[in-house]
Write a protein that binds this ligand. Structure first.
Ligand code: C5P
Length: 244
């Protein structure tokens, strides 16, 4: 990998160019960050787990009509993806209150959110990825009003499909973050990754509020068994077929 030209290096992944300008390689790293990179560390084998979990979830979504950037997974940590222009928005969907929503609103942890909450954050590390109001979204013009409507529709469709997939794994999908890109035809395509780094996942087989956490909150909160939790997600995800 190191001999290839990195096109972009993020906190958890490196994008490499290929001979085909329409295709990138997305390489998953073990590096972990939290709180806008104020906390840094390594989660052993995370790159492999997140690559495999994302692969299975992208396959599941594609099988149900959601366009993603995933083409094929070529090694434990590398997938070929369509080259898209990333929309600088992080789209968060929440089925239960957790994380920043609890901190900012006082809602109790785990409160059910019906309908699910869809939030847009500006993807900008230097600004700390601020939550956008509808008026700020219009002001910034990072996406047209039609695109914002389409992003909301896609995010809710992805949520319904992921809720069902994780339910079959005995896992509650609490919330997650999505990123989208535009393909050369200006169509919105799901990009980035879907993994224990980007989702909150609670084990339905466990009631203890700390023990049930199977995602990056274990790293954020300095809980033990981070690697084991990621591995548990991988095992259950791989045990599910992607048939309808
Ligand atoms: O921190 P917050 O509660 O807003 O996060 C909501 C969801 O989005 C969580 O699943 C978190 O892991 C994910 N997220 C992310 N990357 C970010 C911000 C949030 O994957 N930069």
């Amino acid at each position: 990998m190191s001999t290839r030209q990195a096109r972009y290096e993020g906190k958890a992944k490196i994008l490499y160019a290929t001979d085909d300008p329409t295709v990138f390689i997305s390489h998953f790293k073990d590096d972990a960050t939290a709180f806008n990179a104020q906390k840094r560390g390594t989660i052993l084998d995370k790159g492999h787990v997140n690559c495999a979990v994302s692969t299975r979830l992208f396959q599941w979504l594609e099988a149900h009509g959601i366009a993603t950037h995933w083409i094929e997974t070529i090694s434990e940590r590398d997938m070929r993806v369509r080259a898209v222009t990333i929309v600088p928005l992080e789209v968060v969907v929440r089925n239960r209150a957790a994380g920043s929503l609890c901190k900012q609103t006082g809602l109790p942890l785990g409160s059910e959110l019906v309908p699910p909450l869809v939030e847009f954050y500006l993807k900008n590390d230097a600004l700390g990825d601020p939550l956008l109001t509808p008026d700020r979204l219009r002001l910034l013009t990072v996406a047209s009003e039609d695109q914002v409507q389409e992003l909301r529709r896609l995010a809710l469709a992805v949520n319904s499909l992921l809720l069902e997939f994780f339910r079959r794994c005995d896992i509650l999908l609490v919330d997650f973050k999505l990123e989208f890109g535009l393909d050369p035809q200006q169509r919105l395509v799901l990009a980035d990754e879907i993994s224990p780094d980007t989702c909150r996942l609670w084990d339905c087989r466990v009631t203890d509020p700390c023990d049930r956490i199977l995602d990056k909150d274990r790293f954020r909160q300095d809980l033990a068994q981070v690697e084991a939790a990621y591995q548990q997600v991988l095992d259950r995800v791989l045990a599910q077929s992607i048939e309808r």
